[in-house]
Design a protein around this ligand. Structure first.
Ligand code: GRF
Length: 197
């Protein structure tokens, strides 16, 4: 199984996937990393691991349509079987959604459908969880469609919210759980326990 990972920022989730493949917890290979952000640590992590990596953005190519075409070319060049969005801050073009139908997954740092949708990313999510006085939050892995955070949920895990948690402390606890959960869920996908299209 060849995985393409899309990431916009720190890429710690990307690193967890790479490490899971390297130590054979996931029977797959990260064949390419794509980022809309040329300065992302994610691209640097890919370089460090000698994984082909590309900065690709609508700004760079002039339109969303051309960007989608270029992304599809790269995915086909590296024989990607599935796409994992690991902190990718953009919606995908319909041409990519159609070509990889049911084969695109995203990780979200809360228990969707709560605390999802436009604007619900990064610390905004953890701030909202704390403000809502939730006793638990978690991690969701879902299929990707044309809207933020609304595709079919394929796996969830809970993370406790402690009484004195700040959003920063909670974010750290959730992110640590993400790193383990990604490995568990991607290996279930690779083993066919979670169906691809
Ligand atoms: C994670 O919290 C993930 O749930 C969200 O973006 C964050 C990515 O973190 N979609 P990193 O860039 O992989 O460190």
């Amino acid at each position: 199984m060849n995985i393409a990972v899309f990431a916009s920022h720190g890429g710690s989730d990307l690193q967890a996937i790479i490490d899971g493949c390297k130590n054979e917890q996931i029977n797959a290979t990260v064949v390419v990393v794509i980022s809309n952000n040329k300065d992302s640590v994610a691209l640097q992590r890919a370089k460090n691991e000698n994984i082909p990596n590309f900065h690709m953005s609508a700004k760079k190519y002039g339109s969303e349509e051309i960007l989608a075409k270029e992304i599809l070319n790269v995915l086909s060049q590296y024989n990607a079987d599935m796409i994992f969005l690991a902190g990718y801050m953009r919606l995908l073009h319909i041409d990519i959604l159609e070509k990889y139908e049911n084969r695109i997954f995203n990780i979200h740092p809360a228990l969707l459908p709560k605390f999802g949708g436009k604007g619900m990313f990064g610390m905004n999510v953890h701030n909202a969880v704390i403000n809502a006085k939730e006793k638990e939050t978690g991690v969701t892995i879902h299929r990707v469609n044309a809207e933020y955070d609304s595709g079919e949920i394929v796996a969830q895990t809970k993370v406790a919210v402690m009484e004195n948690d700040t959003p920063e402390i909670l974010a750290e606890r959730v992110l640590l759980r993400e790193h383990e959960f990604l490995v568990e869920v991607i290996s279930s996908i690779v083993e066919g326990k979670i169906q691809l299209g």
